[in-house]
Design a binder for this molecule. Structure first.
Ligand SMILES: NC(=O)c1ccc[n+]([C@@H]2O[C@H](COP(=O)([O-])OP(=O)(O)OC[C@H]3O[C@@H](n4cnc5c(N)ncnc54)[C@H](OP(=O)(O)O)[C@@H]3O)[C@@H](O)[C@H]2O)c1
Length: 338
């Protein structure tokens, strides 16, 4: 495999590249961001829709790959549940097909056709963080526990994220988990060892465009806010990092792709209040018990992810504080995005 330095890649991007990307899930929230970034890079791509070609069928996809010979396939397709993951509990077959069987089908087809590819996975297969307590590092799943929460606020340097070598602890193998998270972990497992591919772990996408899928919009609109601790991904930063991994020919494998650091929901609310001055008062759920009794059915993943593997490749991600502030300062209230 040929390796390009990040600088030679940047210069390659400024001219028309004769690569052809195949983009699955282009109509979705994340797929749209990939399409936008590929257009900005003046990069040829085919946004393939299920209604035009049933790429969920192995024989059809393989035949298409053999005929079109894309240089790289992006899988931004999957089943997320609308308006949130609770919907996956009642649409379990769709969730399993979209998040576990589809990636496996793609993996086999790409391996058979010799096409490298990237899969959008999720950080939601983890719960909690690695916490330095009493001189040793241990996994704490509940970051709302008062002693952990005060550590988060007073000694953030003692909170460490899960790395790509950690085993998912919010999955069917380590319950409890949501059905959605279980299938995302299963999807990663189903494709591991199958051909050359990236697994890109996205976590709670946000950006400057008001959109019901945007984390910042959701916080704006919730009647009451759930306070927890999370790593999050700026949507455009995420897709840029995914494409740059392939562009720089970074080794295939799994990458956490979040903005370095983590935030509490209270911190995000404070930033919204300070920068956007919304005409509302934000109330928080008293505790997990109240949240799960009233507002949520299935357990939610809240977690911190370590991003040093990505940064070590030379691919850049802005610190989370910077990406949050920039999004709020450029807040665009009206959008036509899905
Ligand atoms: N948004 C998030 O908060 C988030 C966070 C972490 C990870 N992710 C992952 O990112 C990927 C994209 O998510 P998204 O938010 O962009 O989802 P989305 O807006 O719901 O879009 C889903 C896309 O997947 C396509 N698709 C193909 N097979 C599907 C199937 N069996 N069921 C449902 N859709 C299917 C849809 O195509 P059609 O036009 O044909 O319906 C659509 O383009 C998913 O794998 C998701 O798990 C998302």
């Amino acid at each position: 495999m040929r390796f390009l330095s990040p600088s030679s890649f940047t210069s390659l991007l400024s001219v028309k590249c004769f690569f052809m990307f195949l983009l699955l899930g282009a109509s979705g929230y994340i797929g749209q961001a990939f399409a936008c970034e590929l257009r900005q890079r003046n990069q040829d791509f085919i946004p393939l829709a299920r209604r035009d070609l049933d790429y969920t069928r192995f024989d059809i996809l393989l035949d298409y790959l053999r005929r079109q010979r894309p240089d790289f396939l992006i899988n931004a397709a999957g089943y997320t549940g609308k308006p949130n993951v609770d919907a996956c509990e009642t649409a379990q077959a769709d969730t399993l097909v979209g998040n576990a069987l589809l990636p496996q089908t793609i993996a086999h087809a790409c391996a058979a056709a010799g096409i490298p590819w990237g899969h959008v996975s999720s950080g939601c297969i983890f719960a909690g963080a690695k916490v330095e307590l009493d001189g040793r590092i241990q996994i704490e799943k509940d970051l709302t526990r008062p002693d952990i929460r005060s550590l988060v606020d007073q000694h953030p340097e003692k909170i460490h994220g899960f790395t790509e070598t950690d085993i998912p602890n919010f999955s069917f193998r380590q319950q409890p988990c949501s059905f959605y998270s279980g299938t995302k972990a299963l999807g990663e497992e189903a494709i591991s060892g199958l051909g050359g591919h990236y697994v890109w772990r996205l976590r709670i996408p946000f950006d400057e465009f008001d959109n019901k899928r945007n984390y910042l919009t959701k916080i704006h609109r919730y009647s009451k806010v759930y306070d927890n601790v999370n790593s999050i991904s700026h949507r455009a930063d995420f897709v840029r990092a995914c494409l740059d991994l392939w562009g720089t020919r970074a080794p295939f494998g799994t990458y956490n792709i979040v903005n370095p650091g983590f935030l509490t929901t209270r911190h995000v609310v404070d930033a919204i209040q300070k920068i956007l001055h919304p005409n509302r008062h934000f109330e928080f759920w008293k505790n997990d018990e109240e949240f799960y009794q009233v507002a949520a059915k299935t357990p939610r993943s809240n977690c911190v992810l370590d991003v040093s593997k990505l940064l070590a490749t030379g691919v850049k991600m802005r610190p989370v504080e910077e990406a949050l502030a920039a999004s709020l300062h450029s807040w665009t209230p009206i959008t036509t995005e899905k």
